[in-house]
Design a protein around this ligand. Structure first.
Ligand code: C2O
Ligand code: CU
Length: 512
């Protein structure tokens, strides 16, 4: 008898144990699933920040039932009217491209090439881009990485517009207010569309009357300098600069300066160093470095999405200087046929932006911040949209239950980015540049370090500040784009701004 009963009992107990484990798991799974359609403004937990001087967000229509009439749609946050100074049509296609002899790749092109054409404007120009999606399946958009465009032109599918379907078009208008190096890329299924080449460089030259921040010697060098966009991108196994495998030659007489605008459009860091010459780091993420000293044998680490403008001078002895791009290729600056030393190893020293250049006023007072936020990046087991695994967390939550950092226009905002996730993350805030105040408690001591793509290594803590002067709803995410797909995304939202656009599988808008 006992021999009969115990298997039954065992089965019952086993069943109960299984249920005790499975039911909570099922609940977790169920609650983790993102709705088929949802507004970004209803997704996460609102955070209003803390700090010495938290200004009121009252009087704005918030998510929590404020008075609706005050609400501003993202669609209303546009560039001023008037005739544009620069107009261009950018047409995206799915096609096969030849990047190196004998290798054809399925790619996305813009006006027939990848990268697409370099968009050039002068500071202050009103730019009008007509984007046409000829054949990119699932829709596409253009986002202006690093340019503080008005929110309606930000190009984020499901937040500031709907993805542009095949056969559709969309017009972007913005003022190129800041000179510098930027880039454009799709912000629809961006982890795939950027990888496959739906991108290009943007160069905004200084207004004619502007004088360079680097002092008279830099100004003199820049007078006759050649301007070289160097967008680095990896298509599968093919590493390219400006769309071609191998080195990019810049043929100039000895003594000529070149401004090499390195753009890292990949998902990992790009170390850049110069062999055969010294260099100056002129600008980071589109902002001039103040008083950039000449350096040699140091690597500049460009985060995913980031830019670094290097000033190099072709050596007087007729040899060439090599701007090494991660060791895979180089921009070679010198006379035709100049003997270029073969690729060199990355120098052991890394240029530290925390102490490079000389201090200058920030234009904001971080000690009188109106709002202070934490952006704590972690990793925890759980479900993300129904998928089990280890997932990124922001302030302890997984996507879409991630923070919505709410600010008022005019706020001085501080943010502490604290990475406890076990890996590095290149953090990118749309629509604003942040200035680095400290890293691991060590205050910045060099030039103001304004950035839009900040590499935060595991275990690092960065304090940054910015001025909330560009109303809208802005992504604040990891630019290792597969990480964004895995939920490393939060948003910055101005009180009273709403969006008519929706996210979720049923909408076709998939910004990550
Ligand atoms: Cu370069 Cu959210 O993007
Ligand atoms: Cu990341």
């Amino acid at each position: 008898m006992t021999a009969d009963r115990s298997p039954v009992l065992r089965r019952v107990v086993a069943g109960l144990v299984a249920a005790a484990v499975l039911v909570p798991l099922l609940l977790l799974w169920q609650t983790s699933r993102a709705p088929g359609r949802f507004s970004v403004t209803e997704a996460g937990a609102f955070e209003r920040g803390s700090g010495p001087r938290v200004t009121s967000l009252e009087g704005h229509a918030g998510h929590d039932g404020g008075s609706a009439p005050a609400a501003t749609s993202v669609d209303a946050l546009v560039a001023p009217p008037g005739p544009p100074d620069v107009t261009i049509t950018l047409t995206a296609r799915a096609e096969r491209v030849q990047l190196a002899p004998g290798t054809a790749t399925d790619a996305y092109t813009v006006n027939g090439s990848t990268p697409g054409p370099t968009l050039r404007a002068a500071q202050g120009d009103l730019v009008e881009v007509t984007f046409v999606n000829e054949s990119v399946p699932g829709g596409a958009t253009l986002h202006w990485h690093g340019i503080d465009v008005p929110n309606a032109a930000d190009g984020v599918a499901g937040v500031t517009q709907d993805a542009v379907p095949v056969g559709g078009s969309h017009t972007y208008r913005f003022v190129a207010a800041d000179a510098g190096t930027y880039w454009y890329h799709s912000h629809q299924v961006s982890h795939e569309q950027v990888r496959k080449g739906l991108l290009g460089a943007v160069v905004v030259s200084p207004a004619r009357d502007a004088s360079p921040a680097g002092g008279s010697e830099v100004a003199r060098l820049l007078e006759g300098a050649v301007d070289v966009p160097a967008l680095v991108h990896r298509y599968g196994a093919v590493r390219t600069v400006q769309g071609a495998a191998g080195d990019l030659p810049v043929v100039v007489p000895p003594g000529t300066a070149a401004r090499v605008r390195v753009i890292n459009s990949d998902n990992g860091v790009l170390p850049v160093w110069v062999s055969g010459a010294s260099f100056r780091l002129l600008a980071v993420d589109g902002t001039d470095v103040h008083g950039p000293p000449e350096v040699r044998d140091q690597a500049v680490v460009v985060p995913a999405g980031g830019r670094a403008d290097l000033l190099v001078v072709a050596p007087a002895d007729g040899s060439a200087a090599r701007v090494e791009l991660g060791g895979a290729s180089a921009v070679v600056v010198g006379p035709d046929g100049a003997t270029t030393s073969s690729p060199t190893r990355r120098p052991t020293a890394t240029l530290d932006l925390l102490a490079y250049g000389t201090p200058a006023p920030l234009g904001l007072d971080p000690d009188a911040a109106d709002r202070t936020f934490d952006y704590v990046i972690g990793r925890a087991p759980g479900f993300l949209d129904g998928k089990p695994g280890m997932h990124w967390t922001v302030n302890g939550h997984t996507y879409p239950d991630v923070p919505m950092f709410e600010v008022a226009q005019g706020d001085v905002v501080r943010m502490r980015i604290d990475n406890r996730s076990g890996g590095p993350h290149p953090m990118h805030l749309h629509g604003h540049h942040v200035v680095v105040l400290s890293r691991d408690g060590v205050p910045a001591s060099g030039s103001p370090w304004w950035t839009d793509s900040l590499e935060v290594a595991d275990g690092e803590v960065y304090d940054v500040a910015f001025l909330a002067d560009n109303p809208g709803i802005w992504m604040d995410h990891c630019h290792n784009l597969p990480h964004a797909t895995e939920g490393l995304v939060a948003h910055l939202m101005y009180a009273g701004v709403t969006t008519p656009y929706l996210l979720g599988h049923e909408t076709g808008n998939i910004p990550e």
